[in-house]
Design a protein around this ligand. Sequence first.
Ligand SMILES: [Zn+2]
Length: 321
Amino acid sequence: MVLSRLLGVVTVGVLIVGGVATGTGTAAEYEQREVFSPDGSIGRVVVPVQEEAPAPRAGVRADVVAIQQTGPSSERFDLVFVGDGYTAGELGLYRQHAIDRWNEIAEIEPFKSHRQSFNVWAVEVVSPESGVSNDPRGTHRNTALNMTFWCGGTQRLLCVNETKALQYARLAPEVDQVIALANTTTYGGAGGTVATSSGGNASAGQIVLHELGHSVGGLADEYDYPDDQYTGSEPSEPNASVYTGDQMRQHHTKWYQYLGKQSPDGGVVGTYEGAVYAKHGVYRPTQNSLMRSLGHPFNLIGLDAMTTAIERKSRVASSNR
Ligand SMILES: [Zn+2]
């Protein structure tokens, strides 16, 4: 997958939800970002769209190291790490953070069985200062990608200048998913075209896994908000539906062939009410998969969607490790 296609599909975490006209005729735009809690729960918050001046062209220079290179990028899924708040003297720490986060991802299925289908790159972005802004709140640090906690007023929401992050990421041979790592041990992250994560926090890889569910598998969010009623049409994603189990069987649609099977996240596949941000009128396949809250495996439907996408891209059989 090339970057242009990536930009077309990885939009689940960042949706423009509306504009506010002002008296001068200019408009302020807002966007929703996924935010993750240490207890595993996931939600979305609305933040103003950040002013994102691109880095000067001459400034976009960095070495790219391969965390692992298993084949030509045209036949691999290319994960690209970019780092922020790492000084020239801290690039060793950055490489270790990238390796740790990748190892955390590669322990979870379907990545575990398909580890060889991935190329993993670390772009060695050098920042003038160590650490990122608002860590703790009120501190400002001069960094290459302007990463900051307290984005939109939410402490653990870790934002990045996506324009700059993508400029650096393109130094890698190919880009399928960009992950911006902040030089911190504080828990945080965000979903979006560029997923963000704390480089030095052992739980932060879970955020990246959830985002890969969107970008690799094309999966919907399975979390909901109390009392919200779903009023939309049938979701296009494989893991959310307005149909009950009986209706799925009747119409041979969605996960009808999976109904009643055991799922890796526990329990059996069915139709559990509550998904895609609504409590009623829409169903998810299992009680609590990684698309609903962190710290759980993907469910059977998500696993199969991701495995199909990885194998289509990589042409590497899962047994060929
Ligand atoms: Zn999500």
